[in-house]
Write a protein that binds this ligand. Structure first.
Ligand SMILES: Cc1cc2nc3c(=O)[nH]c(=O)nc-3n(C[C@H](O)[C@H](O)[C@H](O)COP(=O)(O)O)c2cc1C
Length: 161
């Protein structure tokens, strides 16, 4: 497509408000992870979720190799965690507390909830892939917490209507 306006498309898609998750996994004993908005609950029977890692991601191949990943749903007070996980390289987990979930993938402290998965399949999709996770464990950690939202390139909290 020659006349496609990348920026206009990105801006238009930014009108779709999402939550923010941190996809985590273990790579040779070290935690790895990255911030993502492309998370969706996919199937109940069997229980599946999906995530779209960019092909530029340096962390996703580590999670893929581990064969499992945990989706950590951020609370509205966790923008600093999002910021730390939205950079490539460095020790992203410095200063973060976490525990291993049932797959071994990190469950971050202070999250609203998490979904711990085994990698079921990965499908090619342009400059991203679609990773399907089979749910092995999940929990609502803090029912009082509001989610961190991402909308038009900015962060906010849910206020209801
Ligand atoms: C709000 C937000 C949403 C993002 N969503 C995604 C996403 O869905 N998939 C993705 O691959 N990267 C996403 N990113 C970008 C990654 O977090 C970023 O590219 C990160 O540097 C990748 O780190 P890595 O090289 O350690 O994988 C998002 C970033 C932000 C701030």
């Amino acid at each position: 497509m020659t006349d496609f306006d990348d920026r206009a498309f990105r801006n238009a898609m930014g009108n779709f408000c999402t939550g923010v998750v941190i996809a985590t996994g273990m790579a040779e004993g070290e935690p790895a992870g990255f911030a993502a908005q492309s998370f969706v609950s996919l199937s109940l029977d069997p229980p599946l979720v999906a995530l779209c890692p960019g092909k530029h991601s340096s962390s996703w191949p580590k999670l893929r190799d581990a064969g499992s990943f945990c989706i950590n749903i951020l609370g509205a007070d966790q923008k600093p965690v999002c910021d730390a996980m939205a950079v490539s390289g460095g020790d992203k987990f410095a200063g973060l507390s976490w525990r291993p979930g049932v797959t071994g993938s990190p469950v971050l402290d202070g999250v609203l909830g998490y979904v711990d998965c085994e990698l079921e399949a990965e499908h090619d999709a342009g400059d991203h892939t679609i990773a399907i996770g089979r749910v092995k464990d999940f929990a609502l950690v803090d029912a009082e917490k509001l989610p961190l939202l991402f909308f038009r390139g900015s962060y906010g909290a849910f206020s209801g209507v």
